[in-house]
Design a protein around this ligand. Structure first.
Ligand SMILES: Cc1cc2nc3c(=O)[nH]c(=O)nc-3n(C[C@H](O)[C@H](O)[C@H](O)COP(=O)(O)OP(=O)(O)OC[C@H]3O[C@@H](n4cnc5c(N)ncnc54)[C@H](O)[C@@H]3O)c2cc1C
Length: 543
């Protein structure tokens, strides 16, 4: 998406869309993709960057959620486990299986309870390709090596890992390939039902490279509010009232309307911290804390360990979530019960926080116990011009959530085709034999570029899969030999000019931070000075 390609788009002001989606997190882009693939004319607005909010701040697990079984969330766990297999199949480049180790700790959950949970976890949701859970000895093994000697026994089970921010952008790319119009850095302002259409007012933000191309008023037959933590404040700017029946331009002074029909949303901050790798191996740990919460320790970006997460109640979605020192202490305390070599607050290299938009059913004060399931609310007057609101949800269930959303909206469409997103891989994911075949494909791919650093090639295969030739050729045509000088400037941390150009031109990366922290995690591998230099360079070059 270059400035030129934006300019070449049809005049959006004249368009009537079947569906407008508010929010470019995982749920919004998932719905836009599904809808566009079913033949609907779709527009999505995102006020920031894709995955700029909760969807890049997760633990990055595609999981059923073992702990949710304790809260009897069987529907959610079953659906999430089935989705685990599907997401591995449609995104084999950015998602892979991960083995989890749970050391047994006397005095917390008894063995029989863990065995029962794992028995259910193995059987509830169509585990096809992942390894079964089992009891393991930790003493004198790689799995037990980082742990204190008292942890001699434990359990292992399988889940999966995904690059959350890339999952969002690949869904956005796929939606675009299916004909959706995607407008990041454009905020939804307000909407009103007028006759048979939503009249919607949007506004480009300062960061948008060509604001003059963005319409201010759009008409649509259906509206989806997938604004995550902002779902209530966005809903308050949507007027369902059908009092004006002529189809004049929306007046900008429409009063905000008290939201109707939404349950209470509970905002819960969750934080993660990154430290230098504190154990060897590709497995993860799930550690029981004394407060009965579980903490994950995950291998991250080769050289690091990711530790999370916390549950901190929040009230204002506009309050920038920031990890507190108390959260750092809490996570250190939790993992240090287990680790032979303790992690200290001063070891933290990077930290991030996100806000879970959870459905509050008013049945618990404990933020960890609030359901992680989702709900879709349809509000429509006289059975037409629906508003669908997404409440709650998990990264893992986004595809199914989108499918349910479209199925619900099919009541308002004529002959809407059935769901299709479980069949088509995401861009770059057409790896022979899927995730099983990834390593063989990667080895073969790396062998084609003997003059390039194989570790760097390995990391970009994980970002782009079969799209890599496009990334490499953004500076030079794809003819051999291909040397490091063909990659352009190196900004540090494995970030080269060719990748930056590719991201700027194809993945809506308009700010340095979009590239450093979401499209890639190169920011983590760079020094502060390298990041500052890159930011300056990026600002000066209109790629
Ligand atoms: C700490 C933490 C750990 C988690 N770990 C996992 C995990 O391991 N696995 C898992 O499956 N799930 C996990 N989750 C849950 C998962 O991340 C969320 O459920 C999911 O990302 C929510 O996506 P969303 O699209 O609903 O919201 P968001 O990603 O927040 O997207 C909403 C978007 O709407 C946009 N928006 C808001 N207002 C407007 C407006 N006026 N105009 C235009 N756009 C607007 C925002 O900018 C935002 O980008 C975790 C969540 C947290 C916080």
């Amino acid at each position: 998406m270059t400035n030129d390609s934006l300019a070449a788009e049809p005049d959006l002001n004249d368009s009537i869309y079947d569906l407008v989606v508010i929010g470019g997190g995982i749920n919004g882009v998932g719905i836009a993709r599904d809808a566009a693939g079913r033949g609907l004319r779709v527009l999505l607005v995102e006020k920031g960057d894709f995955a700029g909010a909760t969807s890049s701040a997760s633990s990055k697990l595609i999981h059923g959620g073992l702990r949710y079984l304790e809260y009897y969330e069987f529907r959610l766990v079953r659906e999430a486990l089935a989705e685990r297999e599907r997401l591995l199949a449609i995104a084999p480049h950015i998602a892979w299986p991960m083995s989890f180790v749970m050391p047994h700790i006397a005095g917390l959950r008894p063995r029989w309870m863990i065995r029962t949970g794992l028995f259910l976890y193995d059987r509830l949701g169509g585990r096809i390709s992942l390894a079964k859970s089992k009891a393991v000895t930790l003493t004198n093994t790689l799995l037990g090596k980082p742990l204190k000697a008292l942890f001699s026994q434990g359990f292992t089970y399988s889940d999966a890992w995904v690059d959350d921010a890339r999952l969002v952008v690949l869904n956005a790319l796929s939606a675009q390939q299916h004909g959706a119009q995607l407008l990041p850095r454009v905020s939804f302002e307000q909407a009103k039902r007028v006759g048979h259409f939503w009249h919607i007012e949007v506004k480009p933000t300062e960061i948008h490279p060509s604001p003059e191309q963005i319409p201010t008023h759009i008409r649509a037959r259906m509206l989806v509010n997938a604004s995550g933590p902002w779902v209530e404040s966005v809903r308050a700017r949507i007027e369902l009232n059908d009092s004006i029946l002529d189809e004049g331009i929306l007046e900008s002074n429409i009063k905000t309307q008290k939201q109707a029909g939404l349950g209470q949303l509970r905002l819960v901050q969750g934080s993660h911290m990154v430290v230098a790798q504190c154990y060897e191996g590709n497995h993860a740990y799930i550690l029981q804390h004394t407060d009965r919460r579980v903490i994950f320790m995950l291998p991250y970006e080769h050289d690091y360990t990711l530790i999370g997460t916390t549950d901190l109640p929040l009230t204002d979605p506009n309050q920038q979530p920031t990890m507190t020192d108390a959260e750092v202490e809490y996570l250190c305390d939790a993992v240090n019960q287990y680790l032979e070599h303790p992690v200290k607050p001063q070891d933290v290299i990077w930290r991030y926080s996100g806000v879970r938009p959870l459905m509050d059913q008013g049945d618990t004060d404990n933020p960890s116990a609030v359901s992680r399931d989702y709900e879709l609310k349809i509000e429509a007057l006289n059975e037409v011009v629906p508003l669908l609101t997404v409440l709650g949800g998990k990264l893992t269930t986004y595809r199914k959530l989108a499918e349910h959303a479209l199925d619900d909206l099919s009541d308002f469409c004529i002959d809407l085709p059935k769901g299709w997103t479980d069949q088509e891989v995401l861009p770059g994911g057409d790896i022979p034999d899927g995730w099983h075949g990834f390593e063989a494909w990667q080895t073969q791919f790396i062998a084609q570029y003997p003059d390039l650093d194989s570790e760097w090639l390995a990391s970009i295969t994980r970002r782009y899969g079969t799209l890599i030739p496009q990334v490499l050729s953004s500076l030079k045509s794809q003819s051999a030999p291909f040397g490091v000088s063909d990659l352009g400037l190196h900004f540090g941390g494995g970030l080269y000019e060719c990748e930056v150009r590719y991201l700027r031109q194809n993945e809506w990366a308009w700010q340095a931070e979009d590239i450093l922290w979401r499209r890639t995690k190169c920011g983590l591998h760079m020094t502060v000075d390298e990041r500052i230099s890159f930011e300056k360079w990026f600002k000066q070059h209109n790629l």
